[in-house]
Design a binder for this molecule. Structure first.
Ligand SMILES: [Zn+2]
Length: 268
């Protein structure tokens, strides 16, 4: 049996919702001072009180990230209701903890991450979209507009997105070459590709992308060189960052028989 591309990816399950029939689950929001050992003291105490942590999301908050917000999904079956209450009371007494919120679901055995209300990335609101949603959108659009029109539309959508990201990266980092490396890293961090590498060439840059989501999905609809969103995004990014025009082509693609998708950007 051979693995499909999707099965080869080492998936990290987002700790957003859990369903464990016959178990008692709760979501606990704990804000701690952002100092070494604060989160460890919370988790250690939960362990001693027989709470099993199923999922955890943690992020620095505040202008200087002086606090850390943690959403912890726990199985408290062994600790029981009184054990869970003791944990919450003990957290409220911990001098490293600034806020505690307990959420218990009305659906037995089911709990969602109730604490983090909205996500952000690069100072803008972020949402989580699964690939079946994207595939549904793509199928409908390709069916209505055809391959050529979709290529043009996606290229221009990517162009705008690339310019936006470049503006944010420039704000964070002064060095242009470091920004360009960060562009490749962010594509991976956001899950668009499982591995990325950026190489400087004599005429520009070459970006290699493994399991690029755009080509993985579009490949179910059409064949050939199918990256247009990321091709546009790479172009827009370089233009906004450097003030110079770059032409970006997809020179290798998983839908043209290659192992990876490779975008080549050249100065024009
Ligand atoms: Zn491709």
């Amino acid at each position: 049996m051979t693995l499909s591309d999707d099965e080869k990816i080492n998936y990290l399950k987002l700790p957003l919702s859990f369903y464990e029939p016959n178990r008692k689950l709760a979501s606990i929001g704990v804000t701690v001072k952002n100092v070494p050992g604060a989160l460890a003291s919370v988790l250690d105490m939960m362990g001693r009180r027989r709470l099993n942590v199923l999922g955890l999301m943690s992020s620095g908050v505040g202008a200087l990230e002086e606090l850390a917000s943690n959403s912890i999904i726990v199985d408290y079956t062994d600790a029981g209701e009184s054990g869970l209450k003791s944990v919450v009371d003990e957290l409220r007494d911990n001098w490293l903890v600034t806020d505690v919120k307990l959420y218990q679901s009305e659906i037995p055995g089911y709990v969602i991450n109730e604490y983090h209300q909205a996500y952000s990335f690069l100072f803008t609101r972020a949402i989580i979209v699964v690939d079946v949603t994207l595939l549904g959108i793509l199928e409908r659009l390709y069916g209505m507009l055809g391959k050529e029109a979709m290529a043009a539309i996606f290229y221009h959508v990517g162009l705008s997105a690339g310019k936006f990201v470049a503006g944010k990266h420039r704000f964070l980092m002064e060095d242009v070459e470091d920004c360009i490396k960060m562009f490749a890293k962010h594509i991976k961090a956001l899950g668009y590709a499982t591995s990325t590498s950026m190489v400087k060439t004599t005429q520009g840059y070459e970006l290699t992308l493994e399991s690029l989501i755009e080509c993985t999905l579009v490949g179910k609809l059409v064949k050939g060189h199918t990256s247009n969103y990321f091709r546009g995004s790479f172009s827009g990014y370089l233009k906004e960052l450097t003030g110079k025009e770059y032409e970006c082509k997809e020179v290798k693609c998983i839908n043209a028989g290659d192992k990876w998708c490779v975008l080549s950007a050249r100065r024009v």
